[in-house]
Design a protein around this ligand. Structure first.
Ligand code: G6P
Length: 612
């Protein structure tokens, strides 16, 4: 949440900062601001999206070779011009942009108030920038870096920060605790950003800061140290990201682009892991720990949002095929509810961003209790990826639309491969069945392509239901998590109230909602639940609900009962989620377009939730 950028070098900082903020806008878009150092510190801030800041700044003097910027997702203080970052210290010596939350800001503020500091905003960040100024003004300090380190030694909370000091015009100071921060290394220039996206068009050499790192960055120098002033060695990582990966191309929205990328991203995710010659699955990132996983007494999978849905699906797969008990937990619950973690438990964290604060905190807690921690992340080098003992990257590429699509199918792909491999290694399935599952997976990209080619039909159905007030999604077995995910997509981007339910639970509440205005989206496959789902549909029909059914090509019974259908190719039930979710993504997308919603940046949401 919130994106921060910084630049120091020979180029004008402003265009680099604005472009960087646009690339980070998925992290928050309530307000944006930049500060430029050019003999004096100049700050420009504006409520709203980055392009509103751009318009506001158009006739201003933004020259300068050093600058920082911020795009905000409000935590403390409403979104507005004053609360926008960067924040300036009382006497104007420092400006600071911050991603995270200073938890003890209230007590720090009280102390500073007693010392005569005056505050303009309700933000925790203004407290931090004034605390830095307080230390700076002490006679024995008068040094920006030392003031920052002294201030940070008093802070409890999470931060990625970039700071400019009026009297030190040749440097940016940055620090990280909990919130991500990447430094890009150019020729006589450095870039800073919350992720590598804004950096990739300038350099592919980056340093991912670790918690507790403070960076002092000049045009030609970079020093990393701890808050306590001990030197820190850094590792330069080469990133494999191209500018095409982060641009929209001919698509109207990133979300649509990402939906249409799925045949490729699913393939990218299994490529090199499914070995068709050997008829085997090899998860390289887990090789060292796999014997331990095979012996696991229990697997606990944690995640948030869409990642939690992928985790739930994995529970069904692993329990059915590998016969290992699985628990699926919301990271936000798991981290606080004092769960029992036994030796022999394996914890899997699922996270697209690899930065979700609750998931990160949950694995840190489980690690302390001695569990083996695995990560399934999309962002290479992310905090969760680095915190885990081993893991598998999803290779979905950069996902920019706030509503997750290709990252979900990539997570499901990895978790399915994991379940199939584990089932085989534990002797629960034979080679023939294993090979059948592998072949089913290999066929998925072409089948997804077939569904995508039918998108005009999905658009037509969306037109019919775009004005509905509520929607109900039903599924059973592997398709229950798909129903949850379909409902989440719709509410995230179209603001239509939608609920996902296990179809068998419908009688225990949601059936009260059914009338002739309610679209009921039924996700089914010809699996063991098929007849039961047909019964559930009869119950909806008897109450005049409108049925939209996701059906397979030969599924005539269901086809005849439904008002509208989304057709998907036949598949084995174990991989059906990867197909049935696609029309639901498109349905949500088209409804949101027709309701004129902001598809890629839905209100109040952020892609990477780095605060709890
Ligand atoms: C936010 C995003 C969701 C995402 C969830 C978990 O709510 O808007 O799309 O599923 O965070 O994020 P993660 O990066 O951990 O998968």
């Amino acid at each position: 949440m919130c994106g921060i950028v910084g630049y120091i070098g020979d180029k004008n900082a402003y265009p680099i900062l604005i472009k960087g903020l646009q690339r980070l806008e998925y992290r928050g878009y309530d307000s944006a601001g930049i500060a430029i150092h050019n003999s004096s510190l100049k700050t420009f801030k504006k409520k709203g999206k980055v392009n509103e800041l751009e318009t506001f700044v158009a006739d201003k003097d933004t020259r300068g070779y050093i600058g920082i910027g911020h795009t905000r997702w409000a935590t403390h203080g409403e979104p507005g011009n004053a609360n926008a970052h960067p924040h300036t210290s009382m006497n104007g010596n420092f400006v600071l942009a911050h991603n995270g939350i200073i938890e003890n800001y209230a007590e720090l503020k009280e102390d500073l108030l007693k010392k005569g500091f005056v505050f303009q905003t309700e933000t925790d960040t203004e407290v931090l920038v004034n605390l830095i100024e307080y230390f700076y003004n002490l006679n024995e300090v008068n040094n920006a870096e030392l003031a920052v380190r002294l201030a940070l030694s008093k802070v409890v909370g999470a931060y990625g920060i970039v700071i400019l000091c009026k009297n030190e015009k040749d440097r940016i100071i940055a620090a990280k605790m909990g919130s991500p921060l990447v430094i890009g290394i150019g020729q006589g220039e450095y870039f800073l950003a919350s992720d590598a996206g804004p950096i990739v068009e300038y350099t592919n050499s980056v340093i991912y800061l670790n918690d507790g790192n403070v960076a002092i960055i000049g045009k030609n120098s970079l020093t990393l140290k701890t808050i306590g002033n001990a030197p820190v060695n850094f590792k330069i990582t080469k990133i494999d990201l191209s500018i095409g990966d982060i641009e929209k191309g001919d698509f109207d929205h990133y979300m649509l682009k990402e939906i249409f990328e799925q045949p490729k991203t699913i393939q990218d995710t299994y490529r090199g892991r499914i070995k068709p010659e050997q008829k085997d699955i090899v998860l390289g990132g887990l090789l060292d720990v796999f014997p331990k996983i095979v012996q696991a007494k229990r697997i606990i999978i944690i995640g948030c949002g869409t990642s939690w849905h992928a985790a739930l699906l994995a529970e069904y797969l692993i329990e059915e095929y590998a016969r290992v008990p699985v628990e699926v937990e919301y990271a936000s619950e798991f981290r606080y509810r004092k769960p029992i973690i036994n030796p022999g438990d394996v914890i899997i964290a699922v996270s697209q961003s690899g930065e979700t604060a609750d998931t990160l905190a949950a694995i840190k807690m489980a690690k302390k209790q001695g569990a083996l921690i695995l990560g399934i992340c999309n962002i290479v080098g992310s905090s969760i990826a680095r915190e885990t003992d081993a893991g598998v990257y999803t290779h979905a590429g950069t996902e920019i639309g706030v509503a997750s699509t290709k990252a979900f199918t990539a997570q499901v792909t990895v978790l399915s491969l994991f379940a199939f491999k584990l089932a085989k290694a534990r002797g629960q399935i034979d080679q023939e069945f294993y090979e059948m599952l592998i072949n089913e997976m290999l066929d998925i990209p072409d089948k997804v392509q077939t569904i995508l080619l039918r998108n005009s039909n999905i658009k037509k159905v969306a037109e019919k239901y775009k004005d509905a007030v509520n929607a109900l999604y039903l599924g059973r077995g592997y398709l229950f998590p798909v129903a949850l995910e379909g409902a989440l997509k719709l509410k995230e981007i179209s603001y239509m109230h939608a609920e996902g339910y296990a179809a068998g639970e419908m009688k225990h509440g949601p059936i009260a909602l059914v009338d002739d205005n309610l679209p009921v989206i039924v996700v089914s496959a010809k699996d063991g639940y098929y007849e039961k789902v047909l019964n559930n549909i009869q119950e909806v029909k008897a109450r005049k609900g409108n049925i939209i059914a996701v059906v397979t090509e030969s599924n005539n019974k269901l086809r005849n009962m439904a008002d509208d259908i989304f057709e998907v190719p036949e598949s084995h039930p174990a991989v059906a989620a990867l197909l049935t979710v696609i029309p639901l993504q498109l349905f949500a997308y088209y409804i949101a377009v027709m309701r004129e919603c902001n598809i890629d940046q839905p209100r109040n949401l952020a892609k990477s939730v780095t605060v709890e």
